[in-house]
Design a protein around this ligand. Structure first.
Ligand code: SAJ
Length: 409
């Protein structure tokens, strides 16, 4: 039996995949409400294919509980937030989950940590907790780091098809965990040491952040000198060894906008390019504000409440708003006492910010400038309703010919 600790964005689908593949699974979370709703068969967030997977896992007897279970295999998928001031990872949830496990686990149990952690976290924070109890790693418990790689919006497919990394102290345990994941993962699974697994996860997300920053910096350069960034990226990408990503209103989500900070926090003075990239991506909401100002000036619009931000999620077709560029932008506006901008997102039904609309028609009726912050399919399919708006399309979801009043970042 596997006890999966933490039933959020990663823990839940992973627990369901194991259950579907025939492994006995108990999912544990200290959020009673979450456990109750899962037990009643209600999902807590939307994701492609999650409903179907949930049903199949239920048919295979998955259970949910607030209690840690006594067993030989644990999977920890709890949050690893970062401390804003120091930019370092805060391991408090992993430590508390680990202690919960150590209270009940069988001798020789394997504890797999899926949560993203910085290089050295297991040595610095996890092993000492085990030693405090006079337990010996490799005898009383085995530690494994198996970082997740799935992308919101395509999680279920990627759980099955993405290659994985297993970091373990011994090859034997690494191979055991590899065969466990092979029950649902059809791609290559590489077994390595724990520090390499920790570092490679952070490196993957940092690679993407740096590359998005490059696209964003180019967008600013092109804007300043009236060049078409999209045309330039299209041409440059025809080179067989060039692959520039897309500029946008900023980088959100709990991974790419967070993980590079761990390297900055842990290696000050060394992580220079990484820090610069973070700063560029964090400056994009401000750049969008400047673009809104340009458009307001050009059209003599003085009232910010005539501006509507479309999209609160951090990217297209998901309801996840963590670190979203729209929230970053609203924060900037708040700092400058600029209130009244309207907001709408078809995926975000709860009101989480001021002036948030739940009805698209009402939202459109109130605004003159529509700022597309997120390229949900919904906005593309509603293109006909936008003809009389000024549009700032920060994600390039619309092409020039469709509107006369279309602006890009
Ligand atoms: N973005 C751009 N331009 C691009 C691509 C993305 O501005 O060309 C923005 C998105 O709009 C979004 C942000 O970057 O705001 C991040 O989105 P994403 O789709 O690039 O990635 P995430 O955060 O959803 O998921 C990432 C993935 N990591 C990599 O691609 C290296 C995923 O595989 C990881 O599992 C996930 O982080 C994680 O949990 O670590």
């Amino acid at each position: 039996m596997i006890n999966v600790i933490g039933l959020g964005y990663i823990g839940l689908p992973t627990a369901l995949m194991f259950a579907r593949s025939g492994v006995k699974v108990v999912g544990t979370d200290n959020n009673k409400q979450l456990v109750n709703s899962l037990t009643e068969g209600k999902l807590t967030y939307e994701e492609n294919g999650l409903e179907k997977l949930f049903k199949e896992a239920q048919e295979n007897g998955i259970e949910f509980s607030t209690e840690y279970q006594r067993t030989s295999t644990y999977l920890l998928a709890v949050p690893t937030p970062y401390i804003k001031e120091s930019k370092k990872l805060d391991p408090k949830y992993v430590i508390s989950a680990l202690n919960g496990v150590l209270d009940v686990c069988e001798k020789g149990a394997t504890i797999i940590i899926e949560s993203t952690i910085t290089p050295g976290t297991i040595d610095r924070y996890i092993r000492p907790e085990i030693e405090k109890r006079n337990l010996v790693t490799g005898v009383d418990v085995h530690l494994v780091h198996a970082p997740e790689r799935i992308i919101p919006g395509n999680m279920i497919y990627e759980l099955e098809h993405n290659p994985r990394t297993i970091g373990a102290d011994s090859r034997e345990i690494g191979n055991e965990v590899k065969s466990l994941y092979s029950k649902f993962c059809n791609a290559d699974i590489i077994v390595t040491d724990i520090r390499s697994a920790e570092m490679s996860k952070i490196v993957e997300n940092t690679f993407r952040d740096v590359n998005i920053a490059f696209a964003n910096e180019l967008a600013k350069i092109c804007r300043s000198d009236e060049m078409d960034i999209y045309e330039i990226i299209k041409i440059a990408n025809m080179h067989p060894r060039v692959n520039i990503l897309q500029p946008g209103p900023g980088v959100g989500g709990h991974c790419i906008s967070v993980d590079p900070w761990f390297l900055v926090g842990d290696y000050p003075g060394l992580a220079n390019l990484i820090l610069a990239a973070r700063k560029i991506n964090d400056s994009m909401p401000q750049h969008v504000l400047s673009r809104i100002r340009d458009i307001m000036r050009e059209h003599n619009i003085k009232d910010i409440s005539k501006v509507g931000l479309y999209g609160l999620a951090y990217k297209e077709n998901v309801d996840d708003t963590r670190e979203s560029p729209t929230l970053q932008l609203l924060e900037r506006m708040d700092e400058h006492l600029a209130f009244g901008v309207k907001v709408y997102d078809p995926f975000v039904k709860d009101r989480i910010v001021d002036n948030q609309f739940v009805n698209f028609k009402d939202f459109l009726n109130e605004i003159d400038i529509l700022v597309v912050m997120v390229g949900h399919d919904h906005i593309i399919s509603n293109i006909d309703r936008l003809k009389n708006k000024l549009i700032l399309d920060t994600k390039k979801v619309f092409i020039e010919v469709e509107f006369s009043n279309l602006y890009y970042i």
